[in-house]
Design a protein around this ligand. Structure first.
Ligand SMILES: CC(C)C[C@H](N)C(=O)N1CCC[C@H]1C(=O)O
Length: 723
């Protein structure tokens, strides 16, 4: 097979593996929180924390994978072994979700949750180890399939590689919830009945004794796909370019750095001449090549310091932006988009933006003379022509691209802030912690005057509860600074009642047909979570049940009370009164598209370029290590999100978005200054040059030695002649 074809095939194999692996990983992530919440019955906070801790672990284990690959097993074997760990983890995870294994009383719920928790934690640990460990190796292994002169193809590889990641994650985010048994896109004609939790509306159920949510399928299918991808990857073994590990490189690196620091400290007196770089203090003991390689890696790692800030903003897509979507309307006419499904916009945009940027935008920018895109081949040509062997100093373009990517992400957050301001205008005015709110609902039948009084002066004295007889109405809340008030109804005779309101809460005063039996109902004090509807029934006389069926479309995030009058048995169901406690969300989710567009454009500029950059700037034996360093920036970004979520609670959400945008702009300015002083290198050239110098040094040493020997011989001869 011709070399080019072989390489293309290798590239295909690596991409196919990547696509299935990402299906597997993102597919599992899509249902993980729900599994914690509804199967293990953890509360929302614990579920979210464990989920983020798992994601952070997945981005920390790459260091381990990289060390194993570069120092011990090589990338190919590391991918295989860690894929097995990953698949085993997923199988354990799938088994842990089978409720039947501990459901001895066959009531549909597991009886030994400890076993399920232990199994799932073990499964998740193995998955984090597997997925994180493979990550840096897959990218670097793909890059290894190209030769030095193929830098353009190498860049294309990283773009296609990124496309595959996102194709896999898009498919999984759509399919895995369906496997679990949730309706992914609810169609308008059949809104889920409001009084049941959405989880009970499954299209897919499974189980031996009882049929439940199909978590085993949701976790099992990704596991099966992982096994298939592993088999495909191994089948292509003969076609890959495999580079051997060069011993325990990480240990040598640590020892070398340690020695340089110690040696520098020992020679801290000003009497000793300075050396160009602090790593040069390892010169006495360590190989020049190793020192040069460490210098390359440290330079890039230093440049990575500001990068986690990008991921801090990027990762809020899954948290803050999804929460923002819950306060918006997802009614797209033909279908209803759930708030968390809005996240699929990111991989969809990646699939369209990467080719457009690669084939259209970057070449166009380059043509316009902005020289945005870096071309290794041309530089190399110049280097070869001019015989420049030192590292070439270029104010580097990939780094410019990454800076622009960061600015795009900051702009995305400004967009999010603008959308938030629009949403805030439509949100209900909830009472402050010292206030109480009250709404009066009249089931009495006719128009009714309501008066309020208190020991202190009241803001509201009287209120006309002109209770319309229509079945649907929306009643405004009245805000009180006092909690102890007295209500009087203008009935004949006047009915007066003391009321005790709850601080910081909303309540409804229901006036039934017999007004003296008026009573207070506690209302909800925040928008219903996840854009769902809140519906409750209140009986003006709770003396039984009547089956009245309503078919009604509720807007996103609305809240209603259905008041069932005492005479519902004798009258028709129409006498049931519907009160809108909270208006449905009116800002449309489509308004989030500009922020997703800017963020994803930023991601293409930042993340795809970062992958290429990390590969191109790493010495041959530390490619995976630098990929792991790159992935670590993501882990740190996730950890910052966790910390910020806990600590930094600004009173206004839009202000928090603006704060994050400003922070990223500041960080990108710092990064651009660092990038300006970064000297772009060609590791292969440097390594070749050092090896050549070392070779010349040994040649010189040999010649010198020979000279000395000849001189010694001559001296001996002279001495003998004298004797
Ligand atoms: C969050 C999306 C589903 C995937 C995202 N566009 C993406 O490709 N990545 C986010 C972190 C880096 C990269 C990945 O490797 O998953």
């Amino acid at each position: 097979m011709p070399a080019e074809d072989l390489r293309d095939k290798n590239m295909e194999e690596t991409k196919r593996k990547k696509k299935k692996k990402r299906f597997s990983y993102y597919g599992m992530r899509a249902v993980l929180v729900l599994y914690f919440r509804y199967f293990l019955l953890w509360d929302s906070d614990l579920s979210t924390s464990i989920y983020h801790a798992f994601v952070a672990l997945c981005y920390l284990t790459p260091i381990l994978g990289a060390i194993i690959a570069d120092s011990w097993l090589g990338k190919f074997k590391t991918i295989i072994y860690l894929s097995i760990v990953y698949a085993v983890g997923q199988v354990i995870m799938a088994v842990s979700t089978i409720h039947d294994i501990t459901d001895t009383d066959r009531d549909g719920s597991p009886d030994n949750l400890t076993l399920h928790i232990a199994l799932s934690m073990l499964g998740l640990f193995l998955i984090a180890l597997g997925t994180g460990g493979i990550k840096p190796c897959v990218a670097a292994f793909g890059g290894d399939q190209f030769q030095e002169h193929q830098s353009r193809q190498l860049n294309t590889f990283f773009s296609v590689f990124y496309l595959c990641i996102n194709a896999g994650s898009l498919l999984s985010t759509l399919i895995t919830p369906v496997l679990r048994g949730a309706r992914s896109l609810s169609t308008l004609p059949e809104p889920p009945p409001p009084h049941r939790a959405p989880e009970t509306f499954s299209t897919q159920q499974c189980g031996i004794h009882t049929q439940q949510q199909c978590y085993p399928l949701a976790f099992g299918v990704p596991a099966a796909l992982m096994v298939v991808s592993l088999v495909v990857f191994i089948a292509g073994s003969g076609m890959y370019v495999k580079t051997d590990p060069e011993g325990n490189i990480m240990w040598s690196v640590c020892k070398c750095i340690g020695f340089a620091i110690k040696n520098r400290f020992r020679h801290r007196s000003k009497l000793y001449p300075k050396r160009e770089h602090w790593m040069d203090w390892a010169d006495e003991k360590y190989d020049k090549l190793l020192i040069a390689q460490i210098k390359m890696v440290l330079k890039v790692l230093f440049l990575y310091i500001p990068l986690p800030m990008f991921w801090t903003l990027f990762d809020q897509k899954g948290s803050r932006w999804t929460l923002q979507a819950t306060t918006m309307s997802g009614d797209f006419g033909g279908f209803i988009l759930q708030p968390d499904q809005m996240q699929t916009v990111n991989p969809i945009l990646i699939l369209t933006l990467v080719p457009i940027m690669d084939r259209l935008v970057f070449p166009l920018i380059q043509k316009c003379g902005l020289n945005f895109r870096y071309r290794m081949t041309r530089l190399k040509e110049t280097m070869l022509r001019k015989q420049i062997l030192e590292p070439l100093i270029v104010r580097e373009h990939p780094l410019k691209r990454m800076t622009v990517g960061m600015l795009f992400a900051a702009a995305a957050f400004v967009c999010a802030a603008v959308v938030q301001v629009e949403i805030d205008k439509t949100l209900p005015d909830f009472p402050s912690s010292s206030q109480s709110q009250l709404k009066v609902v009249n089931m009495y039948g006719g128009s009714l005057g309501v008066r309020f009084s208190s020991g202190e002066p009241l803001t509201i004295h009287s209120y006309e509860a002109s209770l319309s007889c229509s079945s649907q109405s929306s009643v405004d809340y009245l805000t009180f600074d006092q909690q102890e008030i007295t209500v009087s109804l203008t009935t004949d005779p006047v009915i007066t009642n003391p009321l005790r309101l709850i601080r910081g809460s909303r309540q409804t005063l229901v006036i039934p047909a017999e007004p003296e039996r008026m009573y207070l109902e506690e209302d909800i004090n925040s928008k219903p979570k996840e854009g769902k509807n809140a519906v409750r029934r209140a009986f003006t006389l709770s003396n039984g049940h009547q089956s009245c069926e309503f078919s009604r479309k509720f807007g996103f995030g609305s809240s209603y009370t259905f008041l069932v009058p005492a005479d519902v048995f004798s009258s028709e169901c129409e006498s049931v009164k519907e009160v809108e406690d909270m208006e449905p969300n009116s800002v449309h989710m489509a308004l989030q598209i500009p922020q997703y567009f800017l963020m994803t454009s930023g991601e293409v500029l930042f993340s795809v370029t970062g992958l290429q950059f990390s590969y191109s700037q790493a010495p041959k034996n530390m490619k995976s290590v630098l990929q792991a360093g790159w992935l670590c920036t993501n882990a740190v970004g996730n950890i910052i999100v966790l910390i910020v979520a806990e600590l930094g609670k600004l009173p206004k959400q839009w202000a928090e978005y603006v704060l994050f945008a400003s922070l990223l702009v500041a960080v990108s300015i710092i990064f651009s200054i660092m990038a300006y002083f970064y000297t772009y290198i060609d590791p292969a050239e440097i390594e070749a040059q050092i090896l050549k110098e070392q070779h010349l040094d040994t040649e010189d040493e040999k010649k010198e030695k020979k000279k000395e020997e000849t001189l010694e011989m001559q001296d001996k001869e002279v001495k003998q002649t004298k004797i």
